[in-house]
Ligand binder design. Sequence first.
Ligand SMILES: [Zn+2]
Ligand SMILES: [Zn+2]
Length: 568
Amino acid sequence: MKANEEMVACATSHDEVDWHAIDWHKANQNVRRLQARIVKATQEGRWGKVKALQRLLTRSFSGKALAVRRVTENQGKNTPGVDGEIWDTPTKKAGAVPSLRQRGYRPFPLRRMYIPKSSDPKKLRPLGIPAMKDRAMQALYLLALDPIAETTADPNSYGFRKGRSTADASEQCFKLLCRRNSSEWILEGDIKSCYDRISHEWLLAHIPMDKAILKKWLKAGFIEKHIYHATDEGTPQGGIISPVLANMTLDGLESELRKQFPKNRKAQVNFDRYADDFIVTGKTREVLEEEVLPIVENFLSPRGLELSKEKTCITHIEDGFDFLGQNVRKYHGKLIIKPATKNVKAFLEKARCTIETNATTSAGNLIARLNPVIQGWANYHCHACSKQTYTDVDSAIFEKLWNWAGRRHRNKGQRWIKAKYFKSVGCRNWVFSGITRKPDGSNRAIHLRPASYTPIKRHIKVRGEANPYDPEWETYFEHRLGVKMEMNLNGRKRLLNLWKSQNGLCPVCGQKITEITGWHNHHIIWRSKGGSDTAENQVLLHPNCHSKVHCQKLPVVKPRPAKGAPKA
Ligand SMILES: [Zn+2]
Ligand SMILES: [Zn+2]
């Protein structure tokens, strides 16, 4: 470990770090190795060993460097906390690494902000922004906590976990309800403001991490309009570690139910959870009301939580219910999951907003903004019965675009407007089209990509016991990532081929490139030195690895796909 640590840093002196000289490949290896050992010790129930390994990880240079990298690459990297600081240069990032010390650590209060709710953009929800350093400390401790959380998690918990998604939760829901003899009653659980209410005493007694540090985060308080407020309950919302704390609080509910209702018993009680959204299925209304509900309430109460009386309800499958933006309902005995009306409305509202706020921009720019919105929404629902909804949504958007075009050219006829904006492309007519400028200054035609272009594909649920930190499961998750990227990059063939041709790996650090890490398209022979724009000369790199390459003028060799690798 010691020798490795020094190799990672290549530091000139003890506390001076050169950001771009960090060997990320080694850093990742060191952390992954420790995480795999944490998983093993957890599985064996050797908590003393777990603690020692966590201590090693949270004090390692590798762990600290990766923590800084994580918080300087994610979405909020340019949003400062109360101290107003952001780490946007290699020098600042390098300086941050040795500053992640345990001794004398005192987190700042969170900066309270309000952002629009995703379910209803007109409503606001509070968000606490930790200072940069506190985010990095959370990321560091998360590296040491998440392997435990993944090992002890409920098998049917799918929210905010590595390698799991809403698609898995939705598929589990389908599996529980689809058969003729499946349970017919569903308890929809709604926990009253879950994140804000979790008991600090419970967290401090049960979360396996450095208690002193956890206590400091929980008690950090927040600042709103220059006034300090103390926090007595709840997890620090907006913190990187919060979703994992919340998951760990709710883990155990499934096994509690399983204890009372073993599999294959008549009551057919089953469980499915995404973050704090969960359902329990049962054979009869009475089982759910009289037996399951008390178990859930008894489980929640020591954690400081309770079910919302108004929003928790028991529904029959033929009346249907909404779960994760989709409607689940049996029609004449056949289970159909499709986009929920509320969800479709929210999406169309977003599309309408995009179109209206771009009343004066070019069609090309509007399409460049609309396409990802449509694609993202369609991808979310592409495992459900969404065909008809896709078609409906497309015609609603068409109508809005037709009006958009009409408003721009009030004195032109319909025929003229059609000729200008709605072209024939291949065998498709009425394709909303425009022009965008490529980075090299030349023009390119761009077309609206309708939702109905997204193929409907059955999703294969993640295996309940699969653990992303356990080397045993490595190839399993690699394969799933390939399938996922294939879907997400659907319609971006070139990018997908590039990703596949390098095995999904970044040649600089050897780690996977995913939607979460993001990527830059790098020219192996730089464009400024006459490199071409062909796929052969391009390679995908992590954003941070990309800037390292340019900063140090490193040569990049395209990784070659492993022979006989399974097709993604
Ligand atoms: Zn990389
Ligand atoms: Zn480049």
